[in-house]
Design a protein around this ligand. Sequence first.
Ligand code: ADP
Ligand code: MG
Length: 451
Amino acid sequence: MEKNGDIDVSSLTDQIETLGTQEPKHNSLQESSHDVIIQAVDDDPILSITTFEELKVHENLLKGIYEMGFTRPSKIQAKALPLLLKTPPQNMIGQSQSGTGKTAAFVLTMLSRIDFNLQSPQALCLAPSRELARQIMVEVRKMGKHTPVVTAEAIRESDIKSTVGKTRNEEFASAQLIVGTPGTVYDLLKRRIINKTHMKIFVLDEADNMLDQQGLGDQSIRIKNMMPKDCQIVLFSATYSTQVRTFAGRFAPNANQFSLKVEELSVKTINQFYMDCKDENHKFEVLDDLYTLLTIGQSIIFVQKRDTADTIARRMTEKGHKVINLHGGLSTTERDEVMDGFRRGDAKVLITTNVLARGIDVLQVNLVINYDLPLDNSSRRPDYETYLHRIGRTGRFGRTGVSINFVHDANSWEIVKAIENHFNREIVKVPTDNWDTIESILKKEISKLNS
Ligand code: ADP
Ligand code: MG
């Protein structure tokens, strides 16, 4: 294997390092909407806004939006917000690629529905992971900064008790907007710690995942059944499998909908590659080489199991790489610390499981590695939705990103081919042993994309 100083990987390194800092290009795919299919329940002409002012939301909310650096709405915000903000409220089932600004669309809707004089829960948002719930809450607090909104996070309590001084019960009694994970929210509703009486809007982020019967579905359905009849129901995701879509229609009846064709789902600014490794152990060697030979900005490595995450993290550390590791087996405090550290950029390499496949938005992430390909747990078939969400952790809001899939046997090769066919997007092979070639291939693909 060529590993000596003759190889100039610095230019690739520059590429990867600068990828995440590139300014999003207007008219990039995320900004293109001609393949968005809209179905509105009313016959009125479908409005599309060009500025946030047109929404006629309170000026304090506009102030929050501008302070977040959002100068104009993204395409999906432009189309979804007029429908989301209608009076009387209408349900919404929305789909758009990862990184297109779905959060701001539903956060603004939640905030604009709240009567700030009423000290009771009025907006509820569910997310599939603690990390995503916390991230959404950060967006709520930024956007709502100039409003008196009272918020509470309904996630498993951290081992370190909060210093706010309020008990958890008091916190939820006065909260107007709640973001949480299904288990905790359900528990708090059942124990009447969260009062549901005045709930006006119920949002499921990563909706397909939240309605999946095998996963979080049960709890989300029970929670929905507890909501008042006239509560607005909003579902957002980048993916909906066929079965879930049918169910979503029943969960959010008479909803306005916008969706994408499957070929449009895969974000064009994410370059997809695969590396053909000899076997499981060779995967680790290639990973080690990758991080030894290339200087990579910030990256996420996905594995299928918690054990693998622990093992890879330990072995990478032994090899002298600075990595962190997050999965559902850690304590809540550990999870919060790891995630906060990664967001601050203290750690550049995060090894994780599907727990972080969805929603997590760290703009600096410019490389995603599928060390293990995403498989459906029961059938061992490719999990297309998870694949798309995982690689969608890079290439956020028009930025470019790189994703590399590790293949190590006939089966995993077939999975990559199936994924390629499914989304009709080429996954380019890069060798595992010639870092000159690796560099030039990665570069060529990236420059094709930028031209
Ligand atoms: P999605 O949920 O669609 O995957 P997010 O809501 O996480 O995407 O948004 C992706 C990134 O785009 C976030 O960093 C967010 O702050 C940013 N963003 C959202 N809306 C705008 C906007 N109108 N202008 C600029 N940046 C935006
Ligand atoms: Mg999201």
